[in-house]
Design a protein around this ligand. Structure first.
Ligand code: 1GP
Length: 234
């Protein structure tokens, strides 16, 4: 079974995917079963990760979720400390919109010892940070400047550079808690230029925004904050 293959297949068949992002620092194990039960029926994946996570928390959280849910659990790590062998797959991220070697290669090299003896499926993923109207923690932690929403050719070229260098997924990120999500125009342009599946996340809080992202061509949408605090406008 390949999780990447499932995402690719869904993309080909135009079956839209919805990933719920769990930030281990904000996850309350005591309410875990309630949280899982309340997830929308459309949820297809659970991502686990955050910009900064207290050491060791990721493993605990992944184990709790794996016990309660059948959904694939995919790591979406902010750094190498957030790698857990109990998850199903790992987005092996490179922050290709930025020019900070720490998140282009250093964290990746540092994660190898933790990954190489696990069964985690490694999914090379190009990660592009786009301005969402506020300074998000990914911007602060990565010390990179997001691409502006107007810079569409630059965003498309960055995405294509990711695909040409072998990334299997492309993630358009406005940052957790973004004021506004990645625009439909950006998603349309990136999707039509690329052959690989496109993931979109950051600042999506309503069914309208979710539909808009899907209609623009997102294969998978990631929602964290709005499910975390129960504020999603369904
Ligand atoms: C962050 O894209 C995700 O990486 C989710 O963002 O918390 O704003 O939903 P939100």
């Amino acid at each position: 079974q390949s999780y990447l293959e499932e995402i690719r297949q869904a993309s080909i068949e135009n079956r839209k995917l919805l990933s719920v992002l769990v930030d281990p620092d904000k996850f309350d194990e005591n309410n875990a079963s309630e949280f899982i039960q309340k997830l929308p029926a459309e949820a297809s994946h659970i991502f686990v990760g955050g910009s900064t996570v207290e050491k060791g928390r990721t493993c605990e959280v992944v184990k709790v979720i794996k016990n309660l849910s059948q959904l694939p659990v995919i790591l979406f790590p902010g750094d190498h400390s957030q790698i857990s062998p109990y998850a199903d797959a790992l987005l092996f991220l490179s922050l290709i919109s930025g020019r900070n070697p720490e998140f282009l290669i250093e964290q990746q090299v540092r994660s190898v010892e933790k990954i190489k003896n696990t069964n985690l499926e490694i999914i090379p993923t190009g990660y592009i940070l786009i301005d969402g109207g506020n300074e998000t923690s990914v911007q602060k932690v990565s010390k990179t400047i997001p691409l502006h929403q107007d810079q569409i050719p630059q965003i498309v070229n960055t995405a294509l550079a990711g695909q040409y260098s072998g990334k299997k997924l492309l993630y358009l990120e406005a940052g957790s808690g973004a004021v506004f999500p990645v625009s439909a125009e950006i998603i349309e342009n990136v999707k039509s230029a690329l052959d690989i599946p496109v993931i979109v996340g950051g600042g999506i809080r309503s069914i309208q925004q979710l539909q808009k992202a899907y209609e623009a061509g997102a294969d998978m949408v990631v929602i964290g904050t709005a499910f975390e605090n129960g504020s999603f406008q369904g």
